[in-house]
Design a protein around this ligand. Structure first.
Ligand code: GLN
Length: 200
């Protein structure tokens, strides 16, 4: 699979930046809005946005069942911010009636960093992405509050009041970050994900 087809769930949120970052790293990027489009992809990005809105749209577009099935079948999925929330098996501070797709054995807290620090940037050292620190942009971001034994922690906040909080993790073919790597020029997270898709 030299040029994998990688979808971006395009119901809501920042889709275009992900498509560009995926193309840069050798994937054939496509938008996914319908079950038949989901059936064509080798991997999927669930972008940031607003997780309860995205959940409603996922259900309105009859994608919840097909997405859960493909996740259970081992589809590689990368969730950023709201996407991390959608991949979580358990949520704190969910909106009324909000559901997730699940797949990752984590407890995720929405809007975890508090209102006074809606958005911020921070450098993270992510061993899997090589030596250079990664500039991470957090926008009303969640964090992973608890992670099961099969979850590999990839990055934690390195300073400030949230020091030690888990903001990137992987469980098998599922990858999640609290932050938005698509808005910086450094797309190593996308490269890592495309590699994960290629390995099948
Ligand atoms: N940038 C984001 O994706 C924010 C996520 C948003 N706070 C939510 O709950 O869905």
């Amino acid at each position: 699979m030299s040029t994998p087809t990688v979808g971006v769930l395009a119901l809501q949120g920042d889709v275009r930046e992900h498509l560009e970052a995926l193309a840069e790293h050798g994937a054939r990027p496509v938008t996914v809005r319908r079950p038949r489009e989901l059936a064509e992809v080798d991997g999927l990005v669930v972008p940031g946005g607003e997780s309860s809105t995205m959940d409603k749209l996922v259900r309105a577009f009859d994608l919840q069942g097909p997405l859960r099935e493909r996740i259970a079948d081992g589809l590689p999925v990368y969730g950023s911010c709201a996407g991390m929330i959608l991949l979580a098996d358990r949520l704190v501070d969910r909106a009324p009636g909000q559901e997730t797709l699940g797949g990752m054995d984590v407890l995720v807290r929405r809007n975890a960093f508090g209102r006074q620090v809606d958005s911020f940037e921070s450098d993270l050292h992510v061993r899997e992405l090589g030596g250079e620190p990664l500039r991470a942009v957090f926008i009303r971001a969640p964090w992973i509050e608890e992670a099961g034994p099969d979850v590999q922690v990839l990055a934690r906040v390195e300073s400030g009041p949230a020091e030690g909080r888990v903001v990137a993790a992987r469980q098998g073919r599922l990858l999640a970050t609290s932050f938005h790597p698509e808005v910086t020029g450094d797309h190593r997270v996308h490269a890592y994900f495309v590699d994960l898709v290629r390995r099948g």
